[in-house]
Design a protein around this ligand. Structure first.
Ligand SMILES: Nc1nc2c(ncn2[C@@H]2O[C@H](COP(=O)(O)OP(=O)(O)OP(=O)(O)O)[C@@H](O)[C@H]2O)c(=O)[nH]1
Ligand SMILES: [Mg+2]
Ligand SMILES: [Zn+2]
Length: 291
C-alpha cells in the first residue's frame, strides 16, 4: 500500500492511507541504507495483522527534503519569528530563507505575536518586503492575520519552523482549531522550552497538511560555494551584469551596483550586512572543505 508518513518516534512510524493511520517499523533494508524516513515522505508499506505493527518497505523519491525542520515534500514553509519574546534571530531567518530558495520551496515569513509588537513588524516588513519575501503578521491571541495566512496555506503541505517559543503550535491551534500542546516562556531566560518534542504532520479538513515541529536555534547551511548564496539572494538577481566585476560578491568590489544602492538606501543595509556575514562564514568553510 502507499501512504504518507506523519511522524516517527523511537523507530515507530505513523503512516496515513485513505484516512486510516497505520503503525509501522522500518524494514532492515531501509535501516541498512541509512535512510531516515521523514514526515511528508511518500512510502510503500505492508500493514500488520490485528494490532501488530506493519512494515515500512520503501521511500518514494522526494521532491525536496529538509534537515531543520526534518521533513520531506513540503509545498511551503512558514518561517516564524516573534514580534515579542523570544527575540527574533534574523541571521537564522536569513539562513532558513536561503535553504528554502535553494530547495526551490516557497516560504512565508510569519511574524508571530503581533499583538505584543513594539515596532518589530514594521521594521521586519521594511527589510524583507524589499527583498520580494512574503511577510504576514499574525496573532494567535487576537486572531490578526490568521485568515490571510490560512488562505495562503489552503490545501497545501506546510511546516511551521522557527525558534522554540515563537508560537508555532499556538498558531496551528488558531488556524485549524487544533489542540497542540503549547508552553509558557521561561521568565528567567526568556526562551522557549521546547514544548513540542517531535515533528508531526497533521491532516487538515481542507485537504492540506500541517507540520508542527520542535523549535531550534542553531542551524547551519550545508557547505557550498559561497557564490550560491549570492545567486539565491532574491534582491540581488536584478543586479546581474550591472556590477563592474563578474561574478561580483556584492561585498566590497569597486563599481558594485548593489553596494551603491545599499548606500542610497534602496536596499536594506541590515539585511545586506547579514548577507556579508553568511558569505564570509561560508567562504571559510568552503576553502577548508577538504581539511
Ligand atoms: N502575546 C502572544 N503570545 C503568544 C501568541 N502565540 C503564542 N504565544 C505564547 O508564546 C508561548 C509559546 O507558544 P508555543 O505555541 O508553545 O510556541 P512553539 O513555537 O510551539 O514552541 P516549541 O514547541 O517549544 O518550539 C506561549 O506562552 C503562548 O501563550 C500570540 O499570538 N500572542
Ligand atoms: Mg510547539
Ligand atoms: Zn556587485
Amino acid at each position: 500500500m502507499e501512504g504518507i508518513l506523519l511522524s516517527g518516534i523511537g523507530g515507530l512510524y505513523t503512516v496515513l492511507c485513505d484516512g486510516v493511520q497505520y503503525k509501522l517499523r522500518a524494514q532492515a533494508k531501509i535501516r541498512r541504507r541509512r535512510l531516515t524516513p521523514l514526515p511528508g515522505d511518500r512510502v510503500l508499506f505492508t500493514p500488520g495483522h490485528a494490532d501488530e505493527d506493519g512494515w515500512l518497505e520503501e521511500l518514494m523519491p522526494r521532491k525536496n527534503c529538509f534537515v531543520r525542520p526534518a521533513a520531506a515534500n513540503l509545498d511551503v514553509i512558514c518561517l516564524c519569528v516573534s514580534a515579542a519574546a523570544p527575540q527574533a534571530d534574523l541571521l537564522l531567518l536569513d539562513r532558513m530563507l536561503l535553504q528554502c530558495a535553494m530547495n526551490g520551496v516557497e516560504s512565508v515569513i510569519v511574524i508571530t505575536k503581533c499583538d505584543a509588537d513594539e515596532g518589530f513588524c514594521a521594521q521586519a516588513r521594511a527589510q524583507y518586503e524589499m527583498c520580494g519575501a512574503r511577510v504576514v503578521a499574525v496573532s494567535a491571541a487576537d486572531g490578526t492575520g490568521v485568515e490571510a495566512l490560512k488562505a495562503i496555506l489552503k490545501g497545501r503541505i506546510h511546516a511551521m519552523a522557527g525558534q522554540s517559543g515563537v508560537g508555532k503550535s499556538s498558531l496551528l491551534n488558531a488556524l485549524y482549531g487544533l489542540r497542540q500542546e503549547t508552553g509558557s516562556l521561561s521568565q528567567r531566560i526568556d526562551r522557549g522550552r521546547n514544548t513540542t518534542r517531535h515533528s508531526a504532520l497533521i491532516p487538515l479538513e481542507d485537504g492540506g497538511m500541517a507540520l508542527d515541529t520542535p523549535g531550534f536555534s542553531l542551524f547551519d547551511l550545508e557547505v557550498m560555494d559561497p557564490l550560491e548564496l549570492t545567486r539565491h539572494t532574491p534582491e540581488f538577481v536584478p543586479y546581474e551584469g550591472r556590477c563592474r566585476f563578474s561574478p561580483c560578491t556584492h561585498r566590497k568590489e569597486p563599481g558594485c551596483a548593489v553596494l551603491a544602492d545599499v548606500d542610497l538606501g534602496l536596499l536594506p543595509r541590515e539585511r545586506w550586512m547579514r548577507y556579508c556575514t553568511l558569505f564570509d562564514d561560508m567562504d571559510i568553510k568552503w576553502r577548508n572543505r577538504y581539511d
